[in-house]
Design a protein around this ligand. Structure first.
Ligand code: HEC
Ligand code: HEC
Ligand code: HEC
Ligand code: HEC
Ligand code: HEC
Length: 452
């Protein structure tokens, strides 16, 4: 009896360890802990190198990244005002927890090195390197992620300029002298981007931004077209969308380094035009416009269905829904004007009034969040549900039937799809944007005749 116990004990021991490891890993992957417990204050500010230093050799990449929304993520006036406003009037601790963790993604170096840990922390005390938003050494110190949302990254930064450590990127043959370099498959994939671009309410669990999930279920993910293939190929004149050629950008990654057939660009252009307008950054403005103008297609059916004009709209350019990201404040809408045979206007929809607001009959592609009882909320800290989510899915046709009332014979219909990053009434309520006309881009327009 005793012998058996002796033989079994070590085996049992080994089995329990195996079980423990498997079980705990399983737990780990199915219930990733929130970033606050995982990455909070684990690093020293002195470990990170300023983007200017990287720019000393990577001058072209540095100038592309400068002024990008990644560089401005912490300084962005719209972000700052919305973040401050989100904190006002909250009493529920779950809502406060959400409103207090914006800096996780908007000032990530600050967050992982211990300041600011809260949205309400004093901006003036934020270290210069953390004010630079999402910068070179932050992204290139990432090694992987625990889960693809809420910035749950794993990091291995170096120890400042004297010992910069390893910078991870797409090359297997890079031989820099200042720092070490390593190939990182993670940097070549959408998961790197998705770890910040999918945002989940930290207490209610509501999905607030889902760009990565939208991409994951799109035809682009099946074809292996990553975020980087559109967003890190773009430069002036080369919008690099799903409907345009994604032409390579030959050059060198560092001053004097070898020529390569493609160097990943770092403009990170989406659709933001309000901030580039405010900053006077004409190149980024033009690139956002070029991107938006290659995103949708629109067709008008030559025959009406009774009193209804049939319009077909298709997202042919974006690897995710349109709009994506903070889709509750972005507006994409259908403008339509119908004229009779004498040129007299008989119907309109989607024409902004003198204050820039859209009429009630407008078809708008956007997301509306609610408080859990069906009432819409603007403050996402209070978002317990999605009330409506009507957006343009990648490569799917959306059909709109617009009832224009009784009409006879042949009429002319002009239809367009428009984009603006901030509704005019929201802009008017923000100090920083007061009196600014929010740019509106015509993504696509058509004109044709329709018969009953
Ligand atoms: C998990 C990462 C993450 C967290 C946490 C986060 N954001 Fe963001 N935020 C993003 C991403 C990604 C975008 C870009 C999406 C887009 O452009 O639509 C963004 C964009 C924004 C914008 C748009 C800015 C502009 O110029 O149009 C605002 C406003 C904003 N966030 C506010 C907040 C506030 C307020 C909080 C805290 C309550 C917060 N964010 C927390 C990732 C995050
Ligand atoms: C003294 C010049 C110099 C400085 C400063 C410098 N680099 Fe580099 N880096 C290089 C060179 C040279 C290469 C190799 C380029 C090539 O092979 O195409 C390189 C390559 C890289 C790569 C690609 C690695 C790979 O394996 O794919 C990354 C990422 C990178 N650097 C990031 C950074 C970051 C982040 C900083 C600032 C913390 C920085 N570099 C500062 C010279 C420098
Ligand atoms: C938001 C994250 C992010 C930021 C910020 C960022 N990079 Fe990158 N960088 C990437 C990714 C991702 C790739 C590789 C893309 C791929 O392989 O698909 C890359 C590629 C590179 C490369 C290799 C380029 C090539 O084609 O050989 C260098 C060098 C580099 N980055 C330097 C920098 C420098 C310098 C900065 C700051 C001025 C910077 N990066 C900022 C994510 C980032
Ligand atoms: C550390 C978190 C983080 C990572 C990693 C990250 N982003 Fe972002 N990204 C943001 C935030 C936050 C913003 C919005 C900043 C703002 O508007 O204030 C943003 C903005 C953008 C925008 C501009 C959106 C607009 O409205 O114009 C694009 C495009 C973008 N990111 C693409 C990418 C791609 C592609 C990658 C991967 C290579 C990536 N991002 C990785 C956090 C991140
Ligand atoms: C097939 C090309 C393509 C791919 C792949 C792609 N995008 Fe985009 N992206 C676009 C186009 C086109 C736009 C402009 C239209 C729009 O605003 O949606 C855009 C806009 C954006 C915006 C601004 C959103 C807005 O509406 O204000 C963000 C943020 C963004 N992309 C992030 C990402 C991330 C993160 C991924 C990967 C998960 C990704 N994109 C994959 C083409 C692409």
């Amino acid at each position: 009896m005793r012998k058996i116990v002796y033989i079994f004990t070590p085996i049992f021991f080994i089995i329990s360890i195996l079980f423990y490891t498997l079980f705990s890993q399983n737990l780990w992957s199915s219930q990733p802990s929130e970033p606050s417990s995982k990455t909070n204050s684990h690093y020293q500010l002195s470990q990170f190198i300023s983007p200017e230093t990287c720019g000393g050799c990577h001058s072209e990449i540095y100038s592309q990244w400068q002024g990008s929304m990644h560089n401005l993520a912490h300084k962005d006036i719209i972000y700052n005002e919305v973040a401050r406003a989100s904190l006002v009037g909250l009493t529920n601790k779950d809502e406060i927890a959400e409103a207090e963790h914006c800096q996780t993604c908007h000032t990530p170096i600050g967050y992982i090195t211990g300041y600011p840990l809260k949205t309400s922390d004093d901006i003036a005390k934020v270290a210069d390197i953390a004010k630079e938003g999402i910068s070179c050494d932050y992204c290139h110190s990432i090694t992987g992620a625990y889960a693809v949302y809420n910035a749950q990254f794993k990091y291995a930064p170096g120890n400042g300029e004297d010992d910069p450590g390893v910078k991870r990127g797409p090359r297997k043959d890079a031989e820099p002298d200042f720092h070490l370099a390593e190939f990182s498959d993670f940097h070549t994939k959408s998961e790197l981007c998705g770890t910040c671009h999918d945002v989940k309410h930290i207490t209610f669990g509501t999905w607030l931004e889902t760009t990565y999930q939208e991409w994951k279920s799109s035809p682009y993910s099946k074809q292996g077209v990553q975020c980087q293939d559109c967003h890190m190929y773009q430069r002036l004149g080369n919008p690099a969308t799903g409907s345009t050629e994604r032409a390579k950008n030959s050059g060198s990654a560092a001053d004097g380094a070898k020529e390569r057939d493609h160097i990943f660009t770092h403009y990170f252009v989406g659709a933001n035009m309000a901030i580039p307008t405010k900053e006077g950054n004409k190149a980024l403005l033009q690139m956002a416009e070029e991107r938006l103008k290659n995103t949708v297609d629109i067709k008008i059916e030559p025959k009406s269905e009774g009193n209804s004009i049939v319009v077909r709209i298709k997202n042919i350019g974006a690897g995710h829904e349109v709009p994506t990201g903070l889709s509750n404040i972005r507006q994409v809408w259908l403008k339509l004007i119908a004229k009779d045979s004498k040129g007299k206007i008989i119907y309109t929809t989607g024409l902004p009034d003198d204050n820039g607001n859209l009429p009630n009959n407008t078809v708008i592609y956007t997301t509306i969040f609610g408080d859990g009882k069906g009432n819409p909320v603007d403050n996402l800290a209070k978002a317990k549900e999605i009330i409506s989510n009507k957006r343009l899915k990648p490569m799917q046709e959306q059909i709109e039937k617009i009832d224009i009332g009784k009409f006879e014979g042949k009429i002319t219909v002009e239809a367009s799809i428009l984009y603006r990053g901030v509704p005019q009434n929201l802009a008017n309520s923000l100090k920083a944007l007061k009196n600014m006309d929010i740019p509106v881009v015509v993504m696509k327009d058509v004109k044709s005749s329709v018969e009953r």
